[in-house]
Design a binder for this molecule. Sequence first.
Ligand SMILES: Nc1ncnc2c1ncn2[C@@H]1O[C@H](COP(=O)(O)OP(=O)(O)OP(=O)(O)O)[C@@H](O)[C@H]1O
Length: 232
Amino acid sequence: MGSTTLAVQTRGLTAGYGSTPAVHDLDLEVAEGEIAVLLGANGAGKTTTLLALAGELRPMRGTADVLDCGRRSRLDRRARSGLGYLTEGRCVFMGLTGWENLKLGRGKPARALELFPELEPHLGKRAGLLSGGQQQMLALGRILATEPRLVLADELSLGLAPLVVQRLLGALRAAADRGAAVVLVEQHVRHALAIADRGYVLRRGRVALSGTGAELAADADSIGRQYLTGEA
Ligand SMILES: Nc1ncnc2c1ncn2[C@@H]1O[C@H](COP(=O)(O)OP(=O)(O)OP(=O)(O)O)[C@@H](O)[C@H]1O
């Protein structure tokens, strides 16, 4: 990739649970300023890949270089180096208000509100009372306010309306345009490919197909039929 700086580079990465691998021989590259989307059917290995990049799962074989952290570093170390990880589900503290959620992060709440000004009237409510879209804006705003160098986002937009999906993905694109690297697991394939620089399609824990966002978007229908329906 020329002189670009890679935020993520895996070589032959194999990872899984106990002694059973769930992803095999992954060669992934994500440069600073790039969005890579991971696509695949249920069970294809997308979440496992993010867990390995986050330092939550150790490689069984191969290597995963993430930011400038040591290969055996854990999530806490990677977070201190600029990794923001939005796990599957809602990454907010439901019993705290929106304000309290924003103040828990290392970033300035004002920065989160610049990104998602529509949250402002709702910040006095407990996060558990916010809509799903507002909760995800809160979670993503809190992470992006820290100016992360790498964002891992797992099904951020699951179950949300298309306009909210576009707001969330647009905020990730803007973060990448400011230099962050992003690895995104997304069910909204077309929306995701529209903002992605590259994509990897996983099947049964292996990369079955990869390409630029534009290349994969041109084949989105056939990718959907071949790789994204049913179980991996
Ligand atoms: N904690 C776990 N222990 C054992 N096996 C697991 C665990 N989590 C996931 N797996 C297995 O690893 C494989 C990959 O799962 P993973 O969650 O990475 O897939 P995914 O592509 O993220 O799927 P989905 O879209 O359904 O979230 C599956 O076969 C799954 O059953």
